[in-house]
Structure formats: C-alpha cells, structure tokens
Design a protein around this ligand. Structure first.
Ligand code: IMP
Ligand code: MG
Length: 182
C-alpha cells in the first residue's frame, strides 16, 4: 500500500486482470475490424499505457496495419473532479479522412473529453470513428457519448495506475488502485 497523511491507495485491479481486460477489448476490435487498416488515436496523457498494451494485443491477434497518433487533452489540473471544460493541447499529426479511427482513452467519466474529441475528429470525415476506454464510471456521466469498447465498468471512485494519475503521480503503477481520502 502506498500512502501519505492525506490519502491511502487501495489495491483494485491486478496487472493480470488488466491484461485480460485489454485482451478482451482487442478481441472485440479484431472481430469488428479484422483485415482493415486502423488508426489508434490515444488521448494523452492517461491513455499511453492502455494504448501500448492494446496495440500490441492487436498485433498479436493478427491486425497488420495499425498507425498510432495522439491527441493531448487537459481536464483535471490537480483535482479529482473534472472541470467540465477539457482543453485540446495537442492535435493528431496525420489526416484521418476516409480512415477507420479508434479513439483510445483511459477512462470515461463525465464524457466531456470524448465528446469533444469525437466532434473534432468526426468533422474530418473518417470512414468510421469509434471509441475504446479501459474504464467507464457510468454513474458520473454528464453527457451521453458512444463508447463502443469498454474494459470495465467501475464505481464512482478515483482510480490511479496503468496510465491514470492523481496530480501527475502513479501513472507508472502496473496495477490500478483506488485513492481513499482521509
Ligand atoms: P471526462 O471528460 O470527465 O470523461 O474525463 C475523462 C478524463 O478524466 C480521463 O481521460 C482521465 O484523464 C480523467 N479521469 C477521470 N476519472 C479519473 C480517475 O478516476 N483517475 C484518474 N483520472 C481520471
Ligand atoms: Mg485522460
């Protein structure tokens, strides 16, 4: 257990369970897009770990033509409650017109981030645009947004690890924990 005087971190999802979740999402994507060219667009910063494991799982399942790009989005600052006004800090590098694009995010909370990104990328006329998230906190959704692939639905708790941060920390953890405030 990692801890300071203000909060502790409880174990939540093990690295092995995360592997299985990623495999599951990868299999669904392969089922839907086998043999096609896909563009994975990771949402920085949090999605980098999920994207890395997902891309390798897709490769291992035989997806042969994958390109990877990133968008930057700033949502939280130092807090644990979404400001509701995500700012785009980095655009993708390549044209996605006519391409099959999978937006890859770590977690869908209010839904504002994905919704802004879907509007932005959708306007560039991809052939298809779908979204994948490692986690969804359904109870916190403020805007309905389609998320075709979800690793796991989780309760309204603040989670860290596997790319997810609390004030910039804990992204490196190979497992996922819950921040418990005291
Ligand atoms: P949304 O715009 O409210 O859906 O926020 C989504 C973004 O907020 C995610 O991509 C994360 O970066 C961040 N976020 C939401 N919930 C958590 C959490 O429990 N831990 C860490 N980051 C989170
Ligand atoms: Mg994020």
């Amino acid at each position: 257990m990692v801890g300071t005087k203000n909060y502790t971190i409880e174990n939540f999802i093990t690295a092995t369970e995360l592997d299985a979740m990623v495999q599951d999402v990868a299999q669904q994507i392969v089922r839907d897009f086998a043999g096609q060219e896909i563009v994975l667009v990771g949402v920085l910063d949090g999605a980098f770990v999920f994207l890395h494991h997902l891309a390798q799982a897709l490769f291992n399942l035989g997806m042969e033509h994958i390109t990877i790009d990133f968008v930057g989005l700033d949502t939280y600052g130092a807090g644990t409650v979404s400001s509701g006004e995500p700012k785009i800090t980095k655009d993708i590098k390549r044209d996605i017109k006519g391409k099959t694009v999978i937006l890859v995010d770590d977690i869908v909370d209010s839904g504002f981030s994905l919704s802004i990104l879907q509007a932005m990328l959708g306007a560039r006329l991809p052939k298809k645009l779908v979204s994948a998230a490692l986690f969804s906190k359904d109870a916190r959704r403020k805007i309905q947004v389609p998320v075709e692939y979800i690793g796991r639905h989780i309760p309204d708790e603040f989670v860290i690890g596997y790319g997810l941060d609390f004030d910039g920390r804990y992204r490196e953890l190979p497992y996922v924990g819950i921040v418990k405030f005291s």
